[in-house]
Write a protein that binds this ligand. Structure first.
Ligand SMILES: NC(=O)C1=CN([C@@H]2O[C@H](COP(=O)(O)OP(=O)(O)OC[C@H]3O[C@@H](n4cnc5c(N)ncnc54)[C@H](OP(=O)(O)O)[C@@H]3O)[C@@H](O)[C@H]2O)C=CC1
Ligand SMILES: Nc1nc(=O)c2c([nH]1)NC[C@@H]1CN(c3ccc(C(=O)N[C@@H](CCC(=O)O)C(=O)O)cc3)C=[N+]21
Ligand SMILES: [Mg+2]
Length: 281
């Protein structure tokens, strides 16, 4: 039977191997070691799990990495202080502040204070603005990983109906901009969308980032669609996507598994952006 998987895990591994080689070359030729700082506030287990994956990935490719674990009770001022310190630390090329942040901390205020040259998530307003103007500096990791995966599988995007569900600043919104620049016809859906199925049934490429397990079922999609599932929710200790994989599988052309699809690509792009940050210094 035809293999319909868009295998992000395998592609991410290849990309990490290339980054590892580039890291060795940089060290040998210029004595440079790329450095990533990850900041995490509070004790959400899922967030800590992602941060551990990022740490491990950094170690494997030979990057320097530091993780700053902060109490949930930290003030915005204290967090800004840490960011300013990381901005001026020459060992650090990339800064990632794990989202979401506690309610008393203003996410925009934090993103605004990361040096745009170290903003490897691409969340600084200047970088997001430049992405929307189609002159990207850092492309946010999840959208970049999704596009890379589709290109790897030679899936054509130009002229296609791309429907994105979810309009977060970290996934949905930048994904819509990126695919618009690939000349797709983009529809961005969200919780207030009326008659969601009307849109999803038209999608040649359906990208889902909602955070509701098994939300997308067979009856909602077009025959032969390409399905990208960014959702990751723990259900009974099992990581579950937003798409009911088993239900839709027969009907799709290609689909990303969860785990093993978008997640590993996100981490690979994080490493790639950190390497790019070294060259922008
Ligand atoms: N694999 C990876 O690398 C990554 C995975 N994720 C995962 O992706 C998922 C989404 O995360 P994130 O982008 O941060 O999302 P948010 O939780 O910030 O936003 C969810 C989005 O889904 C929309 N939504 C909620 N319910 C519905 C509905 N019934 N119909 C249509 N739209 C709906 C919301 O609409 P509204 O705006 O109207 O509220 C919102 O835009 C999560 O599972 C997260 O864990 C996130 C980042 C990276
Ligand atoms: N500033 C910021 N940047 C982010 O990029 C960011 C963030 N905040 N907050 C949280 C989300 C979520 N996210 C994931 C990254 C990797 C996997 C991943 O590697 N998942 C594996 C499985 C890992 C497991 O088994 O637990 C997979 O899907 O195969 C998932 C989710 C990045 N995020
Ligand atoms: Mg909502």
């Amino acid at each position: 039977m035809k293999n319909k998987l868009l295998d992000g895990k395998t592609l991410a591994k290849q990309i990490r191997a290339e980054i590892s080689q580039k890291c060795k070359d940089l060290k040998r030729q210029a004595g440079i070691i790329p450095g990533l700082a990850v900041v995490i506030v509070g004790d959400d287990p899922a967030s800590h799990s992602y941060v551990r994956s990022k740490e491990k990935a950094c170690f494997e490719v030979g990057f320097y990495s530091e993780v700053h674990k902060l109490e949930k009770s930290i003030t915005q001022q204290e967090l800004l202080q840490l960011i300013k310190q990381l901005n001026s630390n020459p060992k650090i090329n990339g800064i990632l502040v794990q989202l979401p942040l506690p309610d008393h901390i203003d996410e925009n205020m934090i993103n605004e204070n990361i040096d745009p040259k170290k903003d490897i998530d691409g969340f600084h307003p200047i970088n997001l603005g430049n992405l929307f103007l189609n002159r990207p500096n850092f492309v946010p990791c999840t959208p970049k990983g999704i596009l890379r995966l589709l290109k790897h599988y030679e899936i054509s995007i130009e002229g296609k109906n791309v429907v994105v569900i979810g309009r977060s600043n970290i996934v949905g919104k930048p994904t819509a901009a990126l695919f618009l620049h690939e000349n797709a016809t983009v529809t961005l859906c969200h919780s207030k969308t009326e008659d969601l199925e009307m849109y999803t049934k038209q999608a040649d490429i359906l990208i889902v980032a909602v955070g509701r397990p098994n939300f997308i079922t067979k009856d909602m999609i077009k025959e032969g669609a390409i399905i990208i599932d960014a959702g990751t929710t723990k259900v009974n200790n099992k990581l579950t996507g937003d798409v009911d994989f088993d239900d839709v599988y027969d009907k799709v052309e290609k689909i990303t598994p969860v785990p093993g699809g978008v997640g590993p690509m996100t981490i690979a792009m994080l490493l790639e952006n950190t390497l790019e940050a070294v060259l922008k210094k």
